[in-house]
Design a protein around this ligand. Sequence first.
Ligand SMILES: [Zn+2]
Ligand SMILES: [Zn+2]
Length: 83
Amino acid sequence: MTNNGEKIRCPKCEWEPDGKAYWQCHCGCRWNTFDTYGQCPSCRYVHIHTQCIECSEWSPHAAWYVDLPKLKITFVQTEKAEG
Ligand SMILES: [Zn+2]
Ligand SMILES: [Zn+2]
């Protein structure tokens, strides 16, 4: 599944997310993490690392995007300050 034409795939096994809500936040919310660049739509927590559904390996969320513009990575860094 892609957002705005971006290609998304697991950095470890090349699995491509199909847009379903596979990921669960510690708050209990289930959603497609690639719809929100890793941010939980319920509690707004940003998950910096994303687990692959296919190979179960964890990778930095930004690493899933094949052509990630540098400006999108900044949101991951600013998130840390909020705790
Ligand atoms: Zn994988
Ligand atoms: Zn949450």
